[in-house]
Design a protein around this ligand. Structure first.
Ligand code: 8YV
Length: 312
């Protein structure tokens, strides 16, 4: 295993990195302008690629790695990997499900509170020394509401578990009803129309690209709040920004964006928006667990054992 050559495209937790460096000959992803020269010199013999869920690997790069056997994603999302192309090339793909579910669900709830209880703004009120002179504007109640969840998968279900503690009602949408006590709506617009807060927790795919469009945003309405911890591409971002700016949508809590790390300028100054830099899984505990699972998948691949969490 020592001489196995691996291409790493994303940063990793130091403890994961140390194990990776010890077990493999690791090449860090070359800068775009140096890519061609790197490929000419090093592409042959690269057996594995390690990448982030938000990053994946583009087909052009994968096609230049003639000995590639596995793409190990340090994340749950595989929307940036062309699974059909990988399968056709006989390349395995693994991800890190389950271990990040709770943290991502926690962040979804935190974003809802940041929007509705205006936590960043009220904290700034204290830090800026304004408390002795004034009270911040009133916030909005976050409990006892009608909560909608787009995608009742692992993360969506974990969001629902947390919301159950807040009273109110929970409904969801997805391609088909699940075994769940929550109300199912086949149509995302219909769900938005009966939701005060809509959580986007579905995976990104050709089917879900732009799913949250103008009509869904309008159904959610000027008092409605949208929370996205999934992928930016699921929301029509220009429509979202326009609706927030014109108060056609009540608020939004966003951890993910269409063109990360670029955030639409207009969002930065809007008071009804809570922003995070794609940190749903970014806790010490979860990143360590993700790293371990990613390493287990690599180990299994190179020792010919079944892959613990294979996508294809
Ligand atoms: C991470 C993610 O930002 O799991 C995913 O799909 O988007 C996030 O957990 C990323 O994958 C870390 O590498």
């Amino acid at each position: 295993m020592m001489s196995m050559k691996l291409l790493q495209l994303c940063p990793l937790l130091a403890s994961t990195q140390a194990v990776l460096d010890e077990r493999y000959v690791v090449h860090r992803g070359p800068e775009p302008q140096a890519r061609e020269a790197w490929l000419r010199e090093h592409a042959a013999g690269v057996r594995a690629v390690v990448t982030g869920g938000h990053l994946g690997i583009d087909n052009a790069l994968a096609a230049r790695l003639p000995d590639l056997g596995i793409v190990a994603i340090n994340g749950v999302g595989y929307d940036r990997v062309d699974l059909a192309a990988m399968q056709a090339a006989g390349v395995r793909v693994t991800n890190t499900p389950d271990v990040l579910t709770d943290d991502v669900a926690d962040l979804a709830i935190a974003l809802m509170f940041n929007v509705m209880r205006r936590l960043p703004a009220v904290e700034r009120h204290v830090r800026d020394g304004l408390w002795p002179q004034s009270q911040p504007p009133l916030a909005r109640r976050a409990s006892g509401l009608r909560y909608g969840i787009v995608g009742l998968g692992r993360i969506g279900a974990a969001i629902a578990t947390r919301l159950a503690g807040f009273g109110g009602s929970i409904a969801y949408t997805g391609p088909r009803p699940k075994q769940s006590a929550h109300a199912y709506h086949a149509d995302v617009r219909a769900l938005a129309a009966v939701s005060d807060v809509l959580f986007v927790a579905t995976s990104a795919s050709v089917e879900t690209r732009g799913l949250i469009d103008r009509s869904v945003i309008e159904a959610l309405g000027p008092r409605g709040v949208l929370v996205n911890i999934a992928r930016g591409a699921i929301i029509d971002e220009p429509e979202l920004v326009a609706a927030l700016a014109r108060n056609r949508l009540g608020g939004a809590g966003l951890d993910v964006f269409a063109d990360e790390p670029n955030v639409p300028e207009a969002l930065l100054s809007l008071p009804n928006v809570a922003l995070a830099p794609h940190v749903g899984s970014a806790t010490e505990e979860t990143r360590a667990a993700m790293g371990n699972l990613m390493l287990e998948n690599l180990d299994a691949f190179f020792s010919g054992r079944p892959l613990p969490t294979a996508v294809v």
